[in-house]
Design a protein around this ligand. Structure first.
Ligand code: TYD
Ligand code: ZN
Length: 409
């Protein structure tokens, strides 16, 4: 249970929204049956405006074998190339790049291609093994001060430490930042990509709230965290991936780097747009409730009219969405997913069977887009399904139906 804020140490919280007990988002089941559930509750620190969950699930339960595999979609590959390009503006090739939460090594492989020696760190042994096979050296460990010191002793210090969609998963940020201090060269950079809390609130992306995501950050919150740990924010880039993310770059406080104007601009905008007040989060909670009710009504109405509905992408967000909205197999017949590790299994809590896209014999009338962060790519790829009269329900910010005729409600 979170009592003091992992960023600023305060303990005055606003209760934003409580979803009750929900199963773990990536705990896909071999058989439908009883499973664990944990409270899913979002709170906001009144001091630094960190958005946090109240429950911290033991990372050993979450990550030792992890079924989440980085999507090899076009969107993601293009994005990872962009990350290399942005980092290359400041980090010379030939310099060591260490990635925390390196998953199957896709991102590091691109850094290798750009001429960097690389090292991945990821606690999921199954994924570290896949990465090693594709030639990306990977330590199957949790990143922290101990392991960082050991890496520095063996490989030397790193010019870039990268963490893509991992920082929001970490409870003990102090130990991770101590690790960064131990491993970073004097002018090295620490770059993290996190979902941007402003985008989550503005796009009502409540389904990105699940137990793995302990923190939802503003730039002002991250800036405060870095300052506390001897670092300084030097750049921020907004990115479209995962429904709206930021690549935030920090350096040692006493390093040569100057901060880009974007940092101050975004921090000022957060304040101007009310993100430092309770009101903003109360409005968010109200919009979440409305979106959820509308989605459930829309799907139930279509099913009552005799339509067949199936999920598109058994994403982690899909677990939150289906559980929170109370959509089960009664409404959603099956979900397709391209990830072999998920096929033949069942969605957590809602027990909807997951099948390979190529195994669907008769296309359903409607597809509930559970991987809406790839909507553009999917709509393009599924043009034939749309032409044949199919439709996609996009759940957030408010549910809409995409058909060949256009977008309706
Ligand atoms: P992802 O976007 O990684 O989100 P989350 O963090 O919420 O799990 O998950 C997308 C899932 O959707 C992943 O399991 C792969 C699957 N998927 C498809 O089945 N088809 C597609 O065309 C795409 C892009 C993804
Ligand atoms: Zn705080």
């Amino acid at each position: 249970m979170v009592t003091t804020c992992r960023v600023c140490g305060a303990s005055s919280w606003q209760n934003v929204i409580s979803f009750g007990d929900v199963p773990l988002a990536n705990a896909f089941l071999d058989q439908p049956g009883p499973e664990g559930a944990y409270p899913l509750e979002l709170i906001s620190c009144r001091e630094c405006r960190l958005l946090s969950l109240t429950a911290v699930v033991d990372p050993r339960v979450l990550y030792r074998t992890y079924s989440y595999v980085t999507s090899e979609s076009e969107t993601m590959t293009r994005h990872m190339q962009e990350v290399v390009r942005l980092c290359a503006e400041r980090v010379d090739s030939g310099r060591l790049v260490v990635e925390v939460g390196s998953n199957t090594g896709n991102q590091l492989q691109l850094f290798q291609a750009a001429g960097h020696p690389v090292l991945g760190v990821d606690p999921a042994r199954n994924l570290a093994a896949i990465a090693a096979e594709r030639g990306v050296p990977t330590l199957a460990e949790y990143f922290g001060s101990d392991i960082a010191g050991a890496i520095a002793a063996v490989h030397g210090r790193a010019s870039l430490i990268l963490g893509r969609h991992v920082f929001a998963h970490i409870d003990d940020l102090t130990d991770v930042l101590a690790g960064v201090q131990a491993l970073l060269t004097d002018d090295g950079l620490f770059a993290i990509e996190v979902p941007y809390a402003v985008d989550m609130v503005n796009t009502v992306a409540f389904d990105t709230i699940y137990h793995e995501h302990l923190s939802y950050f503003l730039i002002s919150t991250l800036d405060r965290l870095f300052t506390r740990h001897g670092l300084r924010t030097v750049d921020v880039r907004r990115l479209a991936v995962h429904g709206g993310s930021v690549l935030v770059t920090a350096a040692r406080s006493d390093s040569r780097w100057e901060a880009s104007e974007r940092v101050g601009e975004l921090i000022a905008a957060e304040k101007d747009q009310g993100f430092l007040t309770d009101d903003r989060y109360e409005q968010f909670a109200a919009r979440v409730r409305t979106t959820c009710t509308e989605l459930t009504e829309l799907v139930r109405k279509e099913v009552a009219d005799g339509k067949r509905v199936a999920g598109y992408g058994a994403s982690a967000k899909g677990t939150t969405l289906l559980n929170i909205c109370g959509l089960t197999r009664a409404e959603v017949e099956f979900c397709t997913d391209t990830t072999p590790q998920k096929q033949g299994r069942f969605t957590p809590g809602t027990h909807i069977p997951i099948v390979a896209p190529e195994d669907v014999e008769e296309q359903p009338d409607l597809r509930l887009m559970l991987a809406w962060n790839y909507a553009e790519e999917i709509l393009r790829r599924e043009a034939a399904y749309l032409d044949a009269g199919g439709g996609f329900i996009i759940p957030v910010p408010e549910p809409v139906v995409h058909t060949r005729q256009g977008v309706g409600r």
